[in-house]
Design a binder for this molecule. Structure first.
Ligand SMILES: Cc1cc2nc3c(=O)[nH]c(=O)nc-3n(C[C@H](O)[C@H](O)[C@H](O)COP(=O)(O)OP(=O)(O)OC[C@H]3O[C@@H](n4cnc5c(N)ncnc54)[C@H](O)[C@@H]3O)c2cc1C
Length: 392
């Protein structure tokens, strides 16, 4: 038997890795986190919103110091500026501070956090893994949690899955942006093809302004055009960021012998608005539960690790069935969006199943061309913006 230094090596210290580290170390597993950057959470690649529900759902009590401001929900804005709100309490975080807090909590439980540690290879050895870290000593561990985000490194090294589809997210953090207690999500197809734009308010008048779109070459151009339309072009930009977001749903293989994939690395993002923090936190917790059980049984087989899929599959949104509605929504012309917007209640919270069907059907009656554009599925997809469906 080769001596293994750690029970669990977690690759990446984003929300998925931080959550896995907290929950593994809480359960007494010797845990190391390998993070390629020299500072956790930087650069921030996120709109930074997280629902109150998500925190309750993952048993995390965050300190005020990681919160930028509280919000009361999401306002969905259509091209004619008609809007509907989803009232749900939540937070806009200072996400780097949040991720640093997660790592700090794991450290308090005994986890080791190694920064500036880019994992460059992972190979199986007799009773675990040998993990190569660029420019540093190898690390050995009995199991790996791959929390490396969109890079999904171990899945790539092992050829475990084909690459997922992705969309691009781009945003500015800006100053002096007019705001109230809601986050604004704009479904404006001309400026965010197959995606949406956002204004997410932060403390002291700051806001994240950005978009997701499939048009990877024009994300910045579209965002700049959006700023012009909103009259914000002259406002100060503190920083900008662009990055890929998995957008084809969970990978077929999220587990293997001695291996679990969590967060973006597993393709876990919300089927409607592509947020992934809630799913990352929850999948990290699920991974820890499965690992603890495997250690108790001393069973690290693929069969044992299949328990992970049995946890996440019934719990997480059924991406395949929702994404059809999302894709249909993004084919709507401005006029068709007006038609839907006109019929939506002022509060999305009030939308019942019967209401969704009614709106879908009456849209078809008003505009028969919409029949092929699945308005009932579109209305169903809207429900997946809610926190209890892992929307945020
Ligand atoms: C512009 C934009 C806006 C977004 N807005 C929101 C939002 O408002 N709300 C929301 O819920 N989601 C949002 N998301 C998605 C969200 O950021 C991700 O779903 C979430 O961060 C995924 O967490 P994760 O821990 O799986 O991955 P990540 O946060 O990507 O963390 C992965 C970590 O792994 C590290 N890493 C990668 N490769 C290696 C390696 N080889 N060795 C060591 N370390 C490695 C990275 O440095 C990183 O720290 C947004 C994404 C983008 C791009």
């Amino acid at each position: 038997m080769v001596f293994m230094e750690f029970d669990v090596a977690i690759i990446g210290a984003g929300p998925a890795g931080g959550s896995a580290a907290i929950h593994c170390s809480r359960r007494g597993l010797s845990t190391i986190v390998l993070e390629e950057h020299s500072a956790i959470g930087e650069p921030v690649h996120c709109g930074e919103c997280l629902s109150q529900y998500a925190l309750g759902n993952t048993s995390l009590e965050i300190p005020n110091s990681v919160v930028s401001r509280k919000v009361s929900g999401i306002r969905v804005v259509f091209p004619n500026n008609a809007s509907t709100v989803l009232e749900e309490e939540g937070f806009v975080l200072e996400k780097h501070l949040f991720e640093q807090w997660l790592a700090g909590e794991a450290e308090k439980n005994g986890a080791k956090i190694n920064l500036s540690s880019r994992v460059s290879a992972a190979s199986r050895v007799e009773n675990g893994w040998k993990i190569s870290v660029a420019g540093k000593e190898d690390v050995t561990a009995k199991t790996i949690v791959d929390a490396s985000g969109v890079q999904s490194v171990v899945s790539r090294y092992l050829n475990l899955n084909a690459r997922f589809e992705s969309v691009i997210g781009f945003q500015y953090e800006m100053e002096e942006i007019p705001q109230d207690e809601f986050m604004d999500f704009y479904i404006w197809p001309k400026l965010a093809p197959n995606g949406y734009l956002w204004m997410i308010p932060k403390s002291r008048g700051r806001a994240n302004v950005g978009l997701v779109t499939t048009d990877k070459t024009k994300a910045k151009v579209f965002t700049d055009e959006f700023l012009k339309i909103k009259g914000w072009s002259g406002k100060k930009i503190n920083k900008s960021f662009g990055g890929l977001i998995p957008a084809s749903g969970p990978l077929p293989n999220t587990y293997d012998e001695r291996l679990l994939l969590v967060g973006d690395a597993a393709g876990f993002t919300s089927p409607l608005f592509e947020g992934g923090t809630h799913l990352s936190l929850k999948s990290g917790e699920f991974a820890a539960r499965v690992l603890k059980d495997a250690f108790e049984k001393n069973d690290f087989s693929k069969q044992q690790f299949s328990a992970y899929e049995k946890l996440w599959k019934p719990e997480f949104p059924d991406y395949g069935s929702i994404v059809g509605g999302k894709k249909a929504l993004y084919t709507y012309s401005d006029e068709e969006l007006f038609e839907v917007a006109r019929k939506l209640p002022a509060k999305l919270n009030d939308l019942t199943t019967a209401g969704k069907i009614k709106i879908g059907l009456s849209s078809i009656i008003a505009k028969p061309g919409m029949l092929s554009k699945k308005p009932v599925q579109v209305m169903k997809a809207f429900a997946y913006s809610k926190a209890d469906h892992y929307g945020w």
